[in-house]
Ligand binder design. Structure first.
Ligand code: PLP
Length: 450
């Protein structure tokens, strides 16, 4: 049985977690190794079971293990801060793991964009540093785009970012310090999990149901942990697709105002919905940093997003963007502004909605015998696995058949570690026939026919 060497001078649970990290690094523990059952380790070390539980939970939070699932705690292996990313694996034929929008033929739009750019009368400005991070024209376009999403902000509080992840990262960088606890939904995007690990933050997940995050649990855990920042994805949540209900939005807004918390509202998917819910930023503007981007709704390569900050935080977040990228590319920001102003942005979103709908419907039809959660405007479906499948084992099995999916373990904080589901993105496979063939294969595997 693996037995940790405990270094003195720190709490026992911390010493156990550190020993796991050390042994992963020095090779004593390898990916897939099973850690001793908590009870056995507590007995072997003559310590309380609760210390071992705390240590195993922290090891999961730090990305060292795949969590306790009733069958054991397994070493994860690899760099815990690495974003799971399937590209570069040459045996993969069909990719449902990458969270990409559906490929569209946008050659005409992009050609027009480039020629507009070449004719842009202040072209020189686009090639220089933008002293305040963005031009007044781009900020004005951002203000109007945010207004169309229900967020009212003054230009001085609106920042241009290099995509949504850059906006979220700037908030973490500007608002938190290593060692702090940050709250999020108990299933969340791998980008947030990795960013938190790199910044030394402890992510604590809040349980959810079909109406989104449970506000009663949020209040309790915020009070218990003393966290002052939460990063949430309330609309078309990645991966559960929930949309936080209107009542919960009101309740959450009232709580963050009374407890003086800051929410980072990551609304990267919201523009896909025709009927938009009220943003938290509209309900508690002094407590919410609203983040959105064009990656999922228009073009990932545009790499432009917008951040509406509470007035007292705007300067700090502007500095965090300077620290991380200095400024987003002025060329791309100006292209995004043009598309916002001339209506191309709104038109492209409508095109995306229509293209996505067809694929979501196909996925629901092919997988109709299984528990599938789907929303027609979204970029993926969420497939709940029947027992005895474990999501990571299912993903590994599919990989042998040349199919990648995103298992819930890669999207989970500790409290969702026992969830067994996979995210199937509908946009990464360009070929429609292959997209359907892969899903039929998944259907057959779940029926035990392969
Ligand atoms: C919730 C969430 N936020 C942000 C991102 C990244 O967005 P962007 O490409 O604009 O940085 C993703 C992508 O998967 C996401 O799921």
């Amino acid at each position: 049985m693996w037995k940790p060497t405990l270094e003195p001078g720190r709490p026992i649970y911390r010493a156990i977690t550190d020993a796991i990290a050390r042994d992963v690094e020095n090779g004593r523990l390898a990916a897939g190794d099973r850690l001793p059952p908590q009870r056995d380790l507590a007995k072997a070390l003559a310590i309380n079971l609760s210390s071992v539980s705390k240590a195993y939970r922290l090891a999961f939070d730090l990305g060292l293990t795949n969590g306790e699932t009733g069958r054991g705690t397994f070493v994860r292996g690899g760099d815990p801060a690495r974003i799971p990313w399937p590209s570069g694996e040459n045996n993969i034929n069909i990719d449902y793991a990458s969270n990409f929008p559906i490929p569209l033929d946008l050659r005409t739009d992009v050609l027009r964009l480039c020629s507009d750019m070449a004719r842009y009368d202040t072209g020189q400005r686009l090639l220089e540093y933008a002293p305040s991070g963005a031009s007044a024209d781009d900020v004005e376009a951002a203000v109007s785009w945010l207004r169309s999403l229900g967020v009212t902000a003054l230009p001085e509080n609106v920042l241009i970012t290099s995509g949504a992840i850059n906006g979220v990262f700037a908030c973490l960088l500007g608002l938190t310090k290593a060692g702090e606890t940050v709250l999020c939904e108990d299933l969340t995007s791998p980008g947030l999990i990795s960013a938190a690990r790199m910044l030394g933050l402890r992510l604590v997940g809040i349980p959810m149901d079909r109406q989104g995050m449970r506000i009663d649990h949020f209040k309790r855990i915020a009070t218990e942990t003393g966290a002052h920042v939460a990063v949430l994805n309330p609309t078309l949540h990645n991966p559960t697709l929930t949309v936080l209900s209107a009542r919960r939005r009101e309740e959450l807004a009232a709580f963050v105002k009374s407890s003086n918390m800051i929410l980072v509202e990551d609304e990267v998917y919201a523009p896909l919905l025709e009927a938009l819910p009220t943003p938290l930023a509209a309900l508690a503007p002094a407590h919410v940093c609203y983040v959105t981007s064009f990656s999922k709704v228009m073009l990932p390569g545009l790499r432009i997003g917008y951040l509406a900050a509470p007035p007292v935080l705007a300067e700090r977040l502007r500095n965090a963007i300077r620290v991380s990228t200095w400024m987003p590319s002025p060329m791309l920001a100006s292209l995004a502004s043009r598309w916002v102003r001339d209506g191309t942005a709104a038109r492209l979103i409508q095109t995306r909605r229509n293209a996505g709908r067809e694929r979501i419907q196909a996925a629901c039809r092919i997988l109709r015998a299984h528990k599938v959660i789907a929303v027609e405007e979204a970029l993926h479906v969420w497939l709940l696995l029947p027992p005895p499948w474990r999501a990571d084992e299912f993903a590994a099995y599919l990989k042998q058949h040349g199919i990648t999916v995103m298992p819930s373990q890669d999207l989970a904080t500790a409290s969702a570690a026992s969830m067994q589901a996979v995210r199937l993105s509908v946009g990464a496979e360009p070929n429609r026939a292959r997209f359907e063939q892969g899903l039929s294969r998944i259907d057959r595997i779940l029926h035990g026919r392969e």
